[in-house]
Structure formats: C-alpha cells, structure tokens
Design a protein around this ligand. Structure first.
Ligand SMILES: Nc1ncnc2c1ncn2[C@@H]1O[C@H](COP(=O)(O)OP(=O)(O)O)[C@@H](O)[C@H]1O
Ligand SMILES: [Mg+2]
Length: 223
C-alpha cells in the first residue's frame, strides 16, 4: 500500500541501515512489510537474512524489474521499504516512479548536502510526471554529537524546498555494529543502543505521519 524509498546517490549516508531498521520496526508492529533491496552490494538483504526475525525481503535490481515489481508488491503488502542503490540511475528513477514517499538520508557535510540537492532534482523530475508524487523528505543522518555541522546542515536543508524531519540520527558505534552483530539496535545492550533505538523510533513515527493510515499508537520493538 505505502511505498517508502530511501534514496541518495551518495554511498554511506545510511540508506541500508535506515531501511533495515524501518522494515524491522514495521515488522514488529505486525505490519505486512517487505524490504526491496535495490543495491548491487545487497547489504540490506544479507543483513535481514541474518536476523532471527523473518522480515520479508526481495532483491530487485534492474531498472525494468523495479518499475514492474514495486507496484505488484505494493498491492500485496501494507508497506514496501526500498533500499535504494548508489547513483542516480534509471533504477533510482523507476523506484521513485513506484514510491509514495522518498526519504533522503543526508550526512551533515558540504559534499553530502550537494548530493541531496541532486537527489531532490531527480525527485522533482518524477514529480512533474506524476502529479507531485512521490512526496519527499530529508533527515540528517550520522551527525556527530558536539559538532556545529548539524545546525549548519539544518539551515542549508531548510532552504532546499523539501521538508526536513525533526529527528536527527546521531553517529554511534552501536549502530555501526548492528550489521556485524546480525542485529538491530533494539537487540543490542547498553545506554547508547537505547538512545539509538529511541532516535530510530522517533524518526519512524515522523515518517509514518507522512503516510496514509498513519499509526500514532505504534509500539517500538521489545528489547
Ligand atoms: N547512525 C550511525 N552511526 C554509526 N554508523 C552508522 C550510522 N548509520 C550508518 N552507519 C554506518 O555507516 C556505513 C554506511 O551506512 P549504510 O547504511 O550502509 O549506507 P548506504 O546504504 O547509504 O551506503 C555503514 O558502515 C553503517 O554501519
Ligand atoms: Mg546501502
């Protein structure tokens, strides 16, 4: 029903990490969710394969398949979470053609702000053909605590013409550890994991408010 794509041509901005956490979060709310891994590195599907919980996923990488299959999955699932590839190829464009909401994770540096602007330009092209769909939003990812970059990035992003989410996801070793630990932050122990889990929880609640039938009473996965 709702297709949410995490897109940004810049590698390392946290598309896969956020996609996997979002799919897991929805799964734990008994939502019918599937993750589409559209990236050649296959990190999100490999990651989901290692988790104890059987979060459904499908690897779809060619531009043609993405165009044809995302709408089919949207008919069968309540939520389709797409982990976008690096680059602004036809694959990314076709993902946008099938999406209701495009979420752009953006690290708070000059290079990353530029690439977010390029992603927005591509989204605008698709919106022009699709009566303003998909909706687009940005969030600041991997912000280092105690630096001013985040505030500067927020100021730049506020002028970019796309709504920016209030939640900032901070850089934390525990988040970097999740893939190697075959886990999400909800399974890892320690204060930093709880803080990271709270941030993801807040981010996903914000994303849900942008989707139809948003759930205000959603519960986060249990530790
Ligand atoms: N909040 C975070 N704190 C620390 N490391 C992070 C965070 N988010 C992502 N990472 C790490 O950054 C790297 C890139 O993230 P990834 O999700 O693979 O980005 P992308 O899919 O956009 O290339 C990975 O090693 C991941 O573990
Ligand atoms: Mg990735």
């Amino acid at each position: 029903m709702s297709v949410v794509a995490f897109v940004n041509q810049k590698g390392g901005c946290a598309k896969s990490t956020t996609s996997v956490h979002f799919a897991y979060w929805l799964f734990h709310q008994q939502r019918k969710v599937i993750l589409v891994d559209a990236d050649a590195q296959r990190s999100s599907s490999i990651w989901l394969e290692t988790l104890e919980d059987p979060v459904p996923f499908e690897v779809i990488q060619s531009a043609e398949d993405l165009l044809a299959k995302i709408p089919q999955l949207a008919d069968r699932y309540d939520y389709v979470v797409v982990d976008g590839p690096a680059g602004l190829s036809d694959a990314t464009k076709n993902i946008l053609f099938g999406s209701d909401l495009a979420v752009i994770p953006c690290q708070p540096t000059g290079v990353d702000l530029r690439s977010a602007a390029d992603a927005i330009a591509l989204i605008r092209q698709v919106q022009a053909d699709r009566e303003e769909r998909p909706q687009a939003t940005i969030f600041v990812s991997r912000a280092v605590k105690g630096t001013r970059l985040k505030d500067e990035a927020m100021a730049v992003l506020n002028n970019i013409g796309v709504p920016i989410l209030n939640t900032v996801i901070h850089q934390r070793q525990t988040v970097a550890d999740t893939f190697g630990q075959a886990a999400t932050v909800w399974e890892l122990l320690g204060k930093a994991s709880v803080e990271a889990a709270d941030e993801f929880d807040q981010l996903f609640r914000e994303i849900m408010t942008l989707l139809p039938r948003s759930s205000q009473s959603a519960a986060s996965p249990k530790k």
